[in-house]
Ligand binder design. Structure first.
Ligand SMILES: [Zn+2]
Length: 326
């Protein structure tokens, strides 16, 4: 029966589910089957193809962004992320080379492309005085890369016939269609399931890197409070800038999950409980990097950054202290 419906796009979930049961010998539910099949299909896309998709997407995005083009600062960001990215590689991230960039924007955002290109906004530096929120967000982004979420999205959107060609080992058709889809922001839209997985992977990555975990829930809870208007009147640009939540949809359930994950980490390991700050060398690196990022802002940009930081600080979610997550 399934051979006759392979080319009907609306039956993608059914096909993916049947592939999953073929591969894994049965699943608890269609949903679980679909996720397992998507993972299995995305793993068939080799690193050079993921790299090609990543490069193509970055080429499209880059002209729309104001970058802080300072080699020393990018090198510092690479070094700050290194404990996370090296764990990510051990966990199977499809990355030939990690490329980290700093985007000048008051929006406290960060995003990741499928092959290890990660951009961090200056607004995230501004609201993270000692770096825990920033490395928390980095952990989440590396989690998206490890989870192959961008590739999964492309497989889903490419349709059933492409899924079949991947299954048969034919990468050509997938690559062609996927490259067309990397234009614009399509790679930055993740499902709620993928967000939850990026949180779980992010907490795991932070813990394995011996980085503090608490900045991840603090950061997302602060953004959630800002979006919900619990921070008073935000300037119009700041309201508009809260697009992090549209690329990383936050739900109460997800926030609760993050709290459980981060508390479980602290309680599960006596050592992890002590990790409330970055290691001294990384803390010094972060302080230097943050100063340079903030010093590079124009007075007008600085004003906008300050407004977002103020809104975050009155969100009721206290940044940079573990107590803020309790
Ligand atoms: Zn996300």
């Amino acid at each position: 029966m399934t051979t006759r419906v392979f080319f009907v796009p609306s039956l993608v979930p059914l096909i993916l589910a049947s592939f999953a049961s073929f591969t894994f010998g049965g699943c608890d539910s269609l949903r679980a089957g679909k996720d397992a099949a998507l993972s299995a299909l995305s793993e068939r896309v080799p690193v050079p193809v993921v790299e090609q998709l990543d490069n193509s997407s970055w080429k499209g995005l880059r002209p729309t962004l104001k970058l802080m083009e300072d080699a020393d600062s990018e090198a510092d960001l690479v070094a700050l992320a290194e404990p996370l990215t090296s764990v990510g590689e051990r966990l199977g991230a499809p990355v030939a080379r990690w490329n980290l960039h700093i985007v000048i924007s008051p929006e406290p955002n960060a995003f990741a492309l499928p092959g290890g290109t990660i951009a961090v906004h200056s607004g995230l530096f501004a609201l993270s005085p000692t770096g825990e929120e920033l490395v928390g967000a980095l952990g989440h982004e590396v989690g998206h890369v490890v989870g192959r979420h961008g590739v999964e999205g492309l497989v889903t959107r490419a349709g059933a016939s492409i899924a079949l060609s991947l299954l048969m080992g034919d990468l050509g058709a997938f690559t062609q269609i996927a490259l067309e889809q990397t234009v614009g922001l399509t790679l930055l839209k993740f499902s709620r399931d993928q967000e939850r997985e990026a949180d779980t992977l992010g907490v795991d990555l932070l813990q394995k890197a011996r980085y503090p975990v608490h900045g991840l829930p603090t950061f997302f809870r602060g953004l959630q409070a800002m979006e919900a208007g619990r921070t008073g009147d935000l300037p119009a640009f700041a309201k508009k800038s809260l697009s992090l939540l549209s690329t990383h949809p936050m739900s109460e359930e997800r926030a609760a999950n993050l709290d459980v994950l981060s508390k479980g980490t602290a309680q599960g390991s006596p050592d992890a409980k002590e990790v409330t700050l970055l290691p001294a060398e990384q803390r010094a690196r972060y302080a230097r990097l943050r100063s340079k990022v903030l010093a590079s802002l124009t007075p007008e940009e600085r004003e906008k950054h300050d407004a977002v930081v103020k809104a975050f600080s009155v969100s009721g979610v206290k940044a940079t202290t573990p107590e803020g997550t309790r």
